[in-house]
Design a protein around this ligand. Structure first.
Ligand code: SF4
Length: 323
């Protein structure tokens, strides 16, 4: 996860809930990828360290458990960079140019100069992030699936040249329910439409109150269509089945008003967030504890990554009697 600052409901539904569950089934490595933040924010790196702390705090609050999973910071494991460099020797440039997000993001972030070497190479850095742990599987949403596919190609190419060092990672496709922000667009901190994991119940209620609804429902007496309403998308992610049925029926018959509907949604979101908010306050009061977790995790990650790099150097004939 890139350190973009305080996390929001979209991170919870799109990644963290699933990551917490995966801890029961897999030996998991979760990384705050600060170098990836630099691929787009190289001109303004000032906020990255604080953002790493925010993400670490939110992870622990959401239930990632350092006793079961390795939680670490990418740049504290420099083996990622070494593997990225070595992979860059064997991966053809067109493989990177054809990654769908390359041109998309360049257009979307048009105000930044993303004609850099680092930005072109970021999917290969992701491959290194995965391969340096000889990962068997990677949980991703559909939009990231092409990156895992490319990683499999990189693995095959590497193994073809140098022998079977890496396994091909599987894609663990995660259902990512639509989580719109208060303006109906995808929830994102940069759009200013996000409900944050650290928001108080009052703030959650106030933000959801301003949320856009079915635009065709102008008056209280107009029936609405929950299928086109962003508020209902959040009901599907956070409310009980009976509340969802109540909202859908009440909306279609104009039996309920939008304020009432949003109020009930806020109840469910606040209930879901109560434990997270409580744990978050505890960790936020003890940032040293969060840094300790990330330092210990980074050390653990380095041991595994270091062993992989021994295999890689051996396979690539980079062994010398003086090393
Ligand atoms: S009643 Fe609920 S689902 Fe229907 S338009 Fe209003 S907020 Fe959306």
């Amino acid at each position: 996860m890139r350190p973009t600052g305080a996390l929001h409901l979209g991170h919870l539904t799109g990644a963290l809930d699933n990551w917490v569950r995966l801890q029961d089934e897999y030996e998991c490595y979760y990384s705050i990828v600060d170098w990836h933040a630099l691929t787009t924010d190289y001109a303004t790196p000032e906020g990255i360290a604080q953002n790493v702390l925010e993400v670490g705090t939110d992870w622990l609050a959401a239930g990632l458990d350092p006793a079961r999973s390795t939680l670490f910071v990418q740049s504290l494991v420099p083996e990622h960079a070494e593997l990225h460099l070595l992979l860059s020797m064997v991966v053809p440039v067109p493989w990177l140019e054809r990654v769908p997000s390359y041109k998309d993001q360049q257009q979307q972030l048009g105000e930044k100069d993303l004609s850099t070497y680092g930005f072109l190479g970021y999917p290969l850095l992701q491959s290194a992030d995965i391969m340096v742990y000889k990962a068997a599987a990677v949980p991703v949403g559909e939009d990231q699936a092409p990156h895992i596919e490319m990683t499999r190609e990189v693995v095959r190419r590497f193994n073809n040249f140098y022998g079977p060092v890496f396994p091909e990672p599987k894609t663990l496709l995660t259902a990512t329910p639509r989580t719109p922000g208060t303006d109906g667009r995808k929830m994102s901190k940069s759009y200013g439409n996000a409900v944050l994991l650290k928001d108080t119940p009052e703030a959650v209620r106030a933000k959801l109150k301003t949320m856009v609804t079915d635009p065709a429902r102008v008056r209280r007496t107009d029936p609405g269509n929950p299928d086109v309403c962003p508020v209902f998308d959040l009901h599907k992610a956070f409310s009980t089945q009976s509340t969802q049925e109540w909202a859908a029926a009440g909306c279609r018959s104009a039996g309920i008003g939008c304020i009432e509907c949003k109020g009930r949604l806020a109840d469910h979101v606040i209930e879901r967030m109560a434990g997270i908010l409580e744990r978050r306050a505890e960790y936020a009061a003890r940032p040293d504890t969060v840094w300790d977790v990330l330092r210990d995790g980074s050390r653990r990650a380095r041991e595994v990554a270091g062993a992989t790099m021994q295999d890689v150097r051996q396979a690539m004939k980079l062994r010398y009697p003086i090393a």
